[in-house]
Ligand binder design. Sequence first.
Ligand SMILES: [Zn+2]
Ligand SMILES: [Zn+2]
Length: 193
Amino acid sequence: MQPAALPQDLHIHSTWSDSDGAIVPEQTIALIAAIKHAHICGISDHFEMIVDHFDDYRAAVAAHGLLIGMEVNGHEWVPLALEADCDYRIFHCYNRDADYQALEQLLADDRPVIVAHPNALDTNLARVPPECLVEINNRYIWRCDWRAFYGPYRERFRFVISSDAHQPNWLNQTVARHVAASLQISETLLFDR
Ligand SMILES: [Zn+2]
Ligand SMILES: [Zn+2]
């Protein structure tokens, strides 16, 4: 039995984020695409690690039928990021005036702008334009008082839910299930609930 796919996961890193120490060599775009853990699925490697060969990155993601994203680390990278054609952008919005202004520049490019794990970066959501999407991020969300941090903004924003996966197991049980399905092994369910 194939597992039910997640509705969406747009924050996934691959081996293209080659100087991110959390990435393992097995985290290839091909494996992510094969696991198919989400219906709407995009790769969002660190922009500073792909900028020098962005066209190759873009082609590699597109070749696997995945959406083309990037994760942009603060306003310093925004001018170059705006020159790189993609489907959506994820932005590290630090608590700096220039970063909140950069969100306006990104929005003007008419592609979805996702504010990455604001609880991990001390982003002040009151300063984030309401046209941005706000991420609930599996890697960081549990490290904060999420009720207090996100609760007041439930009506202000639209939200996306992301894995921020750097390793295949961060995509959840879906890896094990993908392997079992490929081997035509069906799981034994021990309890009937
Ligand atoms: Zn991040
Ligand atoms: Zn990330």
